[in-house]
Ligand binder design. Structure first.
Ligand code: GCB
Length: 616
């Protein structure tokens, strides 16, 4: 057995052992939340993890008063305590810690968060869950001194059920150990071109449910069931529903009142398939983001959601939205608010960021390089912006390590579990600029397979790299054989030559599939003006975009989408030019002061032109 075969075998083993288990997740948690635990939390910075390990570096015992999951309050004046929580030190949740106090700017390590709360259950039989939108990167969660669990992965949600024996009516002590250290075997790994924002970066909710409840569902139009018209008649939607805690035979009622549709099925004791014939349905699209209220009831529980019906497919070299070719006028986005140099987390943030994309006349956004918060995706649903959602399998992940595959699989599963009913998402991306090798390709193909297995109603892609050549730039990464759409990042005119190189550049792909240029970009410091040959000037970036746009107009006919890098400047510790960068990646079309750079208008004009042409 050679090395590659050995790796392939260990990957198979990891999968067949089922080590990358899907987590259960309550779908649409905001519609259910009983108590928001957002707000001020007290904290302790613990770079040596003193609150976790004893002096022999062993995990502390649960009742150890020196463990930071315990309050640190002394029982008597003779007690020795060396930690405690205090209102002098608080952090806002949701939010990264880096932006909240200068001492956190570069901090990578452990911070303990603590929150007290009272909670009275509505009925003794009910169940209570603690839900986190995301914690970067690793979280250990404790309630009243008991460990509820641990979660690894900085951009996906997780939940723990709180046993009745642990929950109190008053003075619950909730402590979360958050660790954002970078590790080689993590996903992402140690090297990324973005800021490693730490903290409880998304909402924290307490959710009360009846004894059994509707945990999750999936409902999508069948791909064959539509045509190019905005209304489909008698279209078939299919999916499943999953109850938690219910027994076989329990009745589940599904209703879409606006369509006068009701259906009752019997729960089969596991994910139960169902289908609906939709009498006459307005399709969701970028032009008409029509959504319908759906309710799913079982026993005492009712799950409410907003759903959109649309299809997405590839036919030859085209992407078809509702059976009609669509060109993706896109932009890349980090989950970051540039003016405040912090993680984006709210509906308002999503409205600002996607509003800028809409001003560019985008109908598509690439959410780079990790799953963004749920507000972003739901806001895109409401605005009619199509989305690409990605897991942080970025650059040089440790591809030969089966545990790394497991971590990537878990994040992929959690991303899809949260968002599989969102009409805006049309593409799942399994990674970005991963270096070609047999081990890496085997790893990435496993991810493609998993994504397809979890959701066969969307397209799969990954941002690949290009072979630059003065005669012809070639896209031939073997991973392209496995994805539905071939996507490629190219920086002709920034990392390679000058923008004038675009004038003679030729392109070829070995794949007869839709092609998305998933990145291109040039840096400029907002407000710095010079001639167009001067790097970092707005004029250089403007010229770069002008040449790129001309080149795009000559792309092979499978060119179906463009998502330049990037909507706004974003923080990156890798960008250290003292004048032009100061810790910012400057490829934004909007500066960190919120001002539009000249290149913004070049891309906007291009997108207006494409729209005026009708579809490409
Ligand atoms: C890339 C990466 C992106 C970087 C960008 C850059 O190819 O995918 O994460 O930030 O280039 O600015 O170099």
């Amino acid at each position: 057995m050679n090395f590659t075969e050995a790796i392939a075998l260990s990957l198979c083993l990891a999968l067949s052992l089922g080590t990358a288990k899907a987590q259960n997740l309550l779908t649409n948690p905001h519609a259910r939340a009983t108590l928001s635990l957002n707000g001020e939390w007290q904290y302790i910075i613990d770079p040596y993890e003193t609150g976790f390990y004893d002096y022999r570096f062993k995990e502390k015992a649960e009742r150890d008063p020196g463990a930071y999951w315990n309050s640190g309050a002394a029982d008597s004046r003779t007690d020795l305590r060396e930690h405690g929580y205090d209102d002098q030190a608080t952090l806002r949740v949701p939010g990264d810690w880096n932006a909240q106090d200068p001492k956190f700017l570069y901090y990578e390590g452990t911070v303990w968060y603590k929150k007290d709360f009272d909670y009275q259950k509505k009925s003794a039989e009910n169940r209570v869950f603690l839900y986190f939108g995301a914690v970067n990167y690793q979280a250990e969660v404790y309630l009243n001194g008991k460990k509820l669990g641990r979660h690894i992965g900085g951009f996906t949600p997780f939940q723990f059920e709180i046993p009745d024996s642990v929950l109190q009516e008053q003075d619950n002590l909730l402590v979360v150990k958050v660790d954002n250290k970078r590790y080689k075997d993590a996903v992402p790994t140690v090297n990324t071109d973005w800021w490693n924002y730490g903290g409880i970066t998304r909402d924290v909710l307490l959710i009360e449910t009846p004894g059994f409840f509707v945990e999750d569902y999936f409902l999508q139009l069948k791909n064959g069931g539509t045509n190019a018209r905005p209304i489909a008649e008698n279209a078939e939607a299919a999916g499943w529903v999953e109850l938690n805690g219910a027994t076989k035979g329990e009745k589940v009622h599904i209703a879409i009142p606006e369509l006068n549709l009701e259906k009752t099925i019997a729960y089969a004791g596991e994910r139960t398939a169902f289908s609906l014939r939709l009498p006459e349905v307005e399709l969701w699209s970028d032009a008409n983001p029509k959504r319908y209220a759906i309710s799913i009831r079982a026993g005492q529980d009712e799950l409410n959601d907003q759903i959109g019906f649309r299809t997405i497919a590839v036919e030859g070299k085209q992407i078809l939205l509702n059976g009609k070719p669509v060109f993706l006028r896109g932009i890349c986005l980090h989950e970051e608010m540039p003016m405040e140099a912090r993680r984006a987390y709210s509906k308002e943030d999503a409205t600002t960021l996607l509003g800028w994309a809409a001003e560019l006349n985008c109908n598509f956004v690439r959410l780079a390089h990790y799953p963004h918060n749920e507000h972003m995706v739901r806001t895109a649903d409401s605005l009619g912006i199509l989305l690409w959602s990605e897991i942080p399998v970025y650059w040089t992940i440790d591809f030969g390590n089966p545990e790394v595959l497991e971590k990537a699989q878990a994040q992929l599963q959690e991303m899809i579990a949260r968002d599989r009913n969102r009409p805006s998402i049309i593409i799942w991306s399994v990674g970005n600029e991963t270096p070609v090798s047999p081990t890496r390709t085997a790893f990435m193909k496993e991810l493609v397979k998993t994504a397809r297995g979890l959701d066969d109603t969307r397209l799969i892609s990954a941002a690949l790299e290009v072979h630059y050549n003065r005669d012809k730039n070639t896209i031939d990464d073997p991973l392209g054989a496995a994805t539905d759409v071939v996507s490629v990042n190219e920086y002709l005119g920034w990392y390679v030559g000058l923008p004038s190189y675009c004038q003679t550049a030729q392109w070829e792909t070995v794949y007869d599939k839709p092609l998305i240029i998933s990145e291109t970009g040039a840096g400029s410091l907002g407000g710095f003006h010079a001639d167009s040959l001067t790097r970092w000037s707005e004029e250089y970036q403007e010229w770069f975009y002008e040449e790129q746009v001309k080149m795009m107009k000559r792309m092979p006919d499978n060119y179906t989408g463009f998502t330049p890098w990037i909507l706004t400047d974003f923080r990156s510790p890798k960008r250290n030019h003292p004048v032009y960068q100061e810790g910012w990646n400057r490829k934004g079309l909007i500066s960190n002061t919120g001002d539009k750079k000249k290149a913004f208008y070049v891309l906007q004009a291009y997108y207006n032109w494409i729209e005026a042409q009708g579809q490409k």
